[in-house]
Ligand binder design. Structure first.
Ligand SMILES: [Zn+2]
Length: 99
């Protein structure tokens, strides 16, 4: 058995490692992933961290828009605007009635 058959080159870190240092991959021609386990773990953990960061970043905005207090506050602002508009109409009618 030559060294080429027992060692596999990691395309990420560039190290030649034992094939057991690579995760299995059915799609790969040699049945192993192109990146070693260490690189794969680092990639996965960074992907997970990124996904968690995105979730954290997205969660507050979603929570704020869905907060009942926010909806009530928005409704109150609308009510104030409607009430102010209604008073304007009444004032105009009163002014017109007084001519
Ligand atoms: Zn590697």
């Amino acid at each position: 058995m030559s060294i080429g058959t027992i060692l596999k080159h990691c395309t990420n870190c560039g190290h030649d490692k034992s094939r057991s240092e690579f995760y299995r991959c059915r799609r790969a021609p040699d049945g192993r992933q192109v990146r070693c386990k260490l690189c794969q773990k680092a990639s996965q953990s960074s992907t997970v961290a990124l996904a968690r960061a995105r979730t954290r970043a997205a969660a507050p905005a979603k929570r704020v828009t869905m907060t009942e207090a926010e909806i009530i506050a928005a409704r109150e602002r609308e009510d104030e605007a409607v009430t102010a508009a209604a008073f304007d109409v009444l004032a105009q009618q009163a002014a017109a009635a007084h001519g």
